[in-house]
Design a protein around this ligand. Structure first.
Ligand SMILES: Nc1nc2c(c(=O)[nH]1)N[C@H]1C(S)=C(S)[C@@H](COP(=O)(O)OP(=O)(O)OC[C@H]3O[C@@H](n4cnc5c(=O)[nH]c(N)nc54)[C@H](O)[C@@H]3O)O[C@H]1N2
Ligand SMILES: Nc1nc2c(c(=O)[nH]1)N[C@H]1C(S)=C(S)[C@@H](COP(=O)(O)OP(=O)(O)OC[C@H]3O[C@@H](n4cnc5c(=O)[nH]c(N)nc54)[C@H](O)[C@@H]3O)O[C@H]1N2
Ligand SMILES: [Mo]
Length: 760
């Protein structure tokens, strides 16, 4: 072990430090490629060092002119002034409109510690303040998370209870990797990870000679040696249905499994045969949709019948219009093969979408900050934020319910960046003008901070002590601040505490504990939980001195193996207790855009739609390899990825040639929703007609003298559509997006989002 004594935990791994520099945790076999230089960028010019109020908000308060959020100057003020203003405003909104006019959904990854977890802090605060409207679901897998309970009764195979990589290594002969298994994404795990092991697991599959097929429009989605099967984006469901059809007509359906463990198969068989729509879902049909040669589909069908097959599907595939269908079709195919619940066979989602999928977490759930109870029960599907702000009181449907959007007057957000994560950002900018007041805590003067009225300067993970652990890994770390926060900057907890004091519930909020007391308390809770398992953890002082401890892991069993073993004792939490290949519940919802069995529905935007006449290229927006989302985009690595300050776009050589675009040319990527600049990167390893951009460049909007909008940094969310995946799931459909790309002529303005805003 190096002589660096202290530890810090991030979502991208554990670091050691000596109060000056960070180095990767010595036990991590493959640390993330980014992060060690963050201390150098802690005090960059874009750091927020003082509370600030939007100028016209300061002058006119909530009556400030509409439409200026995001463009206004800011006035820096003293902390007490900002706190008084924010407290007064929360009290005013509560009194006039009630707590149902406050939105604190505050989605986002913030930082990894258990105590300084921004959303937990904010929820605790508002639960004591009389409640607030929240969000449910995630941007990550909202479609999957909403449909899986209808099919298998829970989220198994999505976030937990995956079949282990070890079992796959022992048993599988063929692994289909839909969306590939890009190692860049396994750098990250919510809550952190002890060691980055995904690559080594994948390499073992490769070394053993297991047949690995990466099914993706982008070759680099597989970092291990594998066969690349390129297809049209969003067409995977059609391929899976054709494989189902192949198994069916070759009489290789495992009817023992189907009869004992599933329900509604007959409806699906009728669909595959085209009984109602006259369309047989065979390899010829799928070839026309997927662009995969029909013979290749047949040969794939033969392989999955002959070999013990494991099907991995990335989370990205369900972040698309009708994204839920691809997961349903995967489960239907695995059920037909009869291999669900068997060692190393069956299916699982997100094997490289995060760093600890297919590995295991601690034996027991670890404690987090208690949040209390929210007296307001209203919550929106998280990706419907702009719809909510633009359409107060309007009706919408979601997962069998008819609901109304609340009329939100105050938004309070910390630890997430809607101007990173949301789709159709120009629409979000408009939606963001609607509330009377927006309050934010941020580290940086990014677009999220610039679109608020009251901005509090929040300490970063480098500047706070914390306790960290992840539900999908088994460690506890004592995170020791690398340095103090800059003068005038404080923790989210401290800001909320001082607001609570002004609103009369400080003692309830803090439970009379200091931040250090809370950490002790969290550790004591962990000790108690483990004592029930007859495991003694170190005493707190020793834990603090050592800085981390490894926890005993849960046993990991093949996904749904208990159900397979005894389906009556271990009924699934579905209405039938079985895997629902046909769902009567969904049938009763009668949604046109989500039929009751796995179905091919063309996405609203894809290479098969008429819209290609105007916007002929499909844009996929993947996770960035050089950071977590938009975090620390000003640091060296993300800046080095950009060229001349713009994010790259991957485009097929022939598509580039047709447009007279050359390597490293500055291009304008556009559709009817918006436009951004990017640098062209030409390749043969992306399907023709497809482009790919990483998310995460800080939104840097600009307009020319004619009012034409152009995002300068390469933020692809000015292009993506803000439309729910379906009435059932209402999740993000970011990956269904058509664009056109052209060479940018003229001199483009430089990005200026890494500089502080104008202060009045
Ligand atoms: N087009 C497209 N869009 C996508 C996706 C996609 O695939 N394509 N992916 C989606 C997915 S899966 C996700 S999860 C979202 C991610 O979206 P987010 O989680 O919202 O993105 P982050 O950049 O992690 O936002 C964290 C913000 O909080 C700040 N922050 C960090 N720590 C703290 C803290 O302790 N306190 C405070 N006050 N602030 C803090 C950071 O500076 C940053 O601005 O993006 C989604 N958006
Ligand atoms: N380095 C890094 N790692 C991260 C994150 C990060 O910001 N940075 N974010 C984390 C988070 S919050 C999440 S939710 C996960 C997300 O994990 P994923 O959802 O798995 O990640 P993506 O990078 O969006 O998508 C993976 C690949 O899927 C392919 N793909 C997209 N659409 C289709 C399709 O229709 N069909 C097929 N076959 N392939 C398609 C794309 O080419 C893309 O490269 O990543 C996590 N890991
Ligand atoms: Mo995510």
């Amino acid at each position: 072990m190096e002589n660096r004594k202290y530890f810090l935990t991030t979502h991208w791994g554990i670091y050691q430090h000596d109060h000056a520099t960070l180095s990767p945790f010595y036990k991590d076999i493959q640390p993330a490629s980014f992060g060690t230089d963050y201390p150098q960028y802690r005090l960059a010019p874009c750091r927020i060092l003082k509370p600030a109020i939007r100028k016209s908000y300061l002058e006119y308060g909530p009556e400030a002119k509409n439409g200026t959020r995001g463009q206004d100057e800011f006035i820096e003020v003293e902390m007490d002034f900002a706190l008084d203003l924010a407290a007064k405003e929360i009290a005013r909104i509560k009194q006039i409109y009630g707590n149902q006019a406050i939105y604190s959904g505050s989605y986002g990854w913030s930082s990894a510690g258990r105590f300084h977890h921004a959303q937990s802090q904010l929820k605790r605060f508002f639960n004591l303040a009389g409640g607030s409207v929240r969000s449910i679901q995630t941007y990550s897998y909202g479609a999957g998370e909403t449909i899986l309970p209808h099919i298998i009764g829970g989220l198994s195979g999505l976030v937990a209870n995956h079949t282990s990589y070890d079992d796959i290594l022992d048993e599988a002969e063929l692994v289909l990797m839909f969306g590939g298994t890009p190692i860049r994404n396994a750098q990250v795990n919510s809550g952190g990870l002890f060691s980055h092991n995904t690559h080594s697991h994948l390499q073992k599959l490769c070394q053993k000679g297991i047949d690995l097929i990466s099914i993706s429009p982008v070759k680099s989605d597989s970092d291990i040696q594998s066969q690349w099967l390129s297809l049209r984006p969003n067409s995977d469901t059609a391929l899976l249905l054709a494989l189902c059809h192949h198994v069916l007509v070759n009489h290789r359906v495992d009817y023992n499994f189907i009869n004992q463990y599933t329900t509604g198969f007959d409806h699906f068989v009728d669909y595959l045969h085209g009984k109602n729509d006259g369309i047989i879902k065979d390899h010829l049909w799928a070839a026309g949709i997927t662009d995969i040669n029909a013979d290749i589909i047949l040969s794939l069908g033969k392989q999955i019948i002959d070999k013990k097959t494991f099907i991995m599907v990335a989370w990205s595939l369900q972040r698309a219009d009708h994204g839920e269908q691809v997961y349903w079709a995967t489960i239907a195919l695995s059920a037909m093969l009869g291999n669900i619940g068997k060692k190393g066979q069956g299916f699982g989602f997100g094997y490289s979408s995060a760093g600890n999928i297919g590995m295991t977490g601690p034996k027991v759930a670890l404690p987090s900050l208690p949040q209390g109870v929210n007296p307001i029960k209203d919550a929106i599907p998280v990706a419907r934020i702009a719809d909510m702000l633009l359409n107060p009181n309007a009706n919408y449907q979601f997962n069998g319910q008819i609901k109304n959007y609340p009329d939100i007057k105050l938004v309070y957000w910390l630890g997430g960046n809607p101007f990173h994560h949301h789709q159709d950002l120009n629409r979000l900018v408009e939606a963001w003008q609607r509330p009377q007041t927006i309050i934010t805590h941020e580290h940086w003067w990014n677009a999220h901070a610039r679109h608020a009225d009251i901005v509090f300067p929040a300490a970063t993970f480098l500047e706070r002590d914390d306790i960290a652990s992840a539900s999908n890994d088994s460690f506890l770390t004592y995170a020791k601040a690398l340095s103090q926060p800059p003068q005038g900057v404080t923790t989210d907890h401290e800001i909320l505490k001082q607001l609570a004091q002004r609103l009369g519930f400080e003692e309830q909020f803090t439970a009379k504990r200091s931040e250090a007391d809370w950490l002790t308390w969290l550790y004591q809770q962990s000790c108690q939980i483990f004592q029930h398992q007859h495991i003694d953890l170190l005493n707190y002082r020793t834990f603090q001195d050592i800085g981390y401890l490894e926890l005993p892991k849960r046993q990991i069993r093949p996904l749904l193996s208990e159900f397979r073993q005894s389906p009556d004792e271990n009924r699934l939490w579905t209405p039938s207790g079985r895997i629902e290949i046909y769902s009567k519940t969904i049938a009763a919802f009668n949604y046109q855009d989500c039929p009751p069995h796995p179905t091919w529905l063309p996405p609203s935007e894809w290479l098969g739609s008429d819209k290609t006449k105007s916007f002929p290229l499909h844009l996929l927006t993947c996770q960035p390899s050089d950071k977590l989302h938009s975090q620390w985009d000003h640091a060296a690595q993300p800046q080095a990825t950009k060229q001349h300050g713009r994010q790259p776009i991957l485009i097929h050589e022939d598509d580039a040639k047709q447009r007279n675009i050359k390597e490293n040319d500055l291009v304008r990527v556009f559709n009817e929703r918006g436009a951004c600049l990017a640098i062209a990167k030409l390749s043969q390893d992306i399907k023709q007609g497809v482009t790919q951009m990483a998310t995460g460049a800080w939104f840097n909007p600009w307009q020319d003298e004619n009012g034409n909008k152009l995002e300068l940094n390469g933020n692809p969310n000015v292009l993506t559509q803000d439309q729910g995946t379906s009435t059932l799931t209402q999740a993000t459909s970011a990956n269904s997006c058509l664009v056109e790309v052209e060479k940018y002529h003229g001199i483009a303005p430089k990005t200026n989002i890494y500089e502080p805003p104008q202060f009045g």
